[in-house]
Design a binder for this molecule. Structure first.
Ligand SMILES: C[S@@+](CC[C@H](N)C(=O)[O-])C[C@H]1O[C@@H](n2cnc3c(N)ncnc32)[C@H](O)[C@@H]1O
Length: 244
């Protein structure tokens, strides 16, 4: 009943049997785990597939190629990379108009709306200003669809693009105008990226929220119902250092 081990310890046959059963069970369980399961996480999709593949030292495309077509579609579906930092609340039309007036758009300008919602700011910018391109960065894929449909109906799809991305990771260096309707906290978190990546002279227009210690050069109140909305304007300074 007892087998002597090399180091002098012993293991009963019953224990050996139990150990091999557990090992067999583990192998069976691993074999049953669905392909791609390791990539499942809230908002997983292509990004998590890439992370899993990279963690295993394989290229994401090779990992995707091994998935069945159906699982590949699920893995690559555009789910939000993560929960939005703020919910969608649209900027009222008059405030959109005022933000665009303050942006002083001219031919060749490229407007980026960071957190573009239903796309009203980029769409209106392209509708009103020939020669202007506009890009909306939005994390929610459903809102991207709404915005794309809006651009199509407005006949500006050739000059407006919507990208499903996290605004904190997005490349918006080509912008000459940036519009925001986020929150005081998000604006402050975003400020270093804006100052680092935008070219000096780029105008930043924010609906209702400030930029912490970076003082706006213009503050405009827009009547709204019996209240008002506030629009703030900054220009990225040469040297990218903010005056306080
Ligand atoms: C208050 S709404 C503003 C919508 C639009 N800019 C407007 O003024 O009508 C903010 C938008 O930001 C989006 N959002 C929140 N966090 C985000 C993130 N990290 N990256 C991209 N979009 C985000 C939300 O889904 C929402 O549509």
């Amino acid at each position: 009943m007892r087998d002597e081990l090399k180091d002098g310890s012993s293991l009963s046959s019953a224990s050996c049997l139990a150990v091999s059963r557990v090992a067999l069970l583990c192998c069976l369980m691993l074999a049953c785990v669905p392909e791609g399961f390791a990539g499942a996480e809230p908002g997983g999709g292509a990004a998590s597939l890439a992370r899993v593949a990279t963690a295993k030292g394989k290229s994401p495309s090779r990992a995707a190629a091994r998935l069945s077509p159906q699982r590949r579609r699920v893995a690559q579906s555009k789910k939000p990379a993560r929960k939005p930092d703020v919910i969608f609340v649209p900027t009222p039309t008059e405030t959109v108009e005022e933000m665009l007036r303050l942006a002083a758009l001219k031919e060749g300008d490229v407007l980026y709306d960071l957190g573009s919602g239903d796309g009203r700011i980029p769409i209106t910018a392209a509708e009103r200003h020939a020669g202007v391109r506009a890009v909306g960065i939005e994390i929610d894929p459903e809102l991207i669809k709404v915005a794309e449909e809006g651009a199509r109906r407005a006949g500006v799809s050739d000059r407006v693009r919507f990208r499903q991305e996290d605004l904190f990771r997005a490349d918006f260096r080509e912008a000459t105008v940036v519009t925001l309707y986020l929150s005081d906290r998000l604006n402050v978190l975003l400020r270093p990226k804006l100052l680092r990546e935008l070219r000096p002279g780029t105008r930043i227009i924010s609906h209702d929220f400030r930029m912490g210690v970076w003082k706006p050069e213009q503050t405009v109140r827009v009547p709204w119902k019996s209240l008002y909305r506030t629009v703030y304007v900054w220009t990225v300074p040469k040297g990218r250092r903010i005056g306080r």
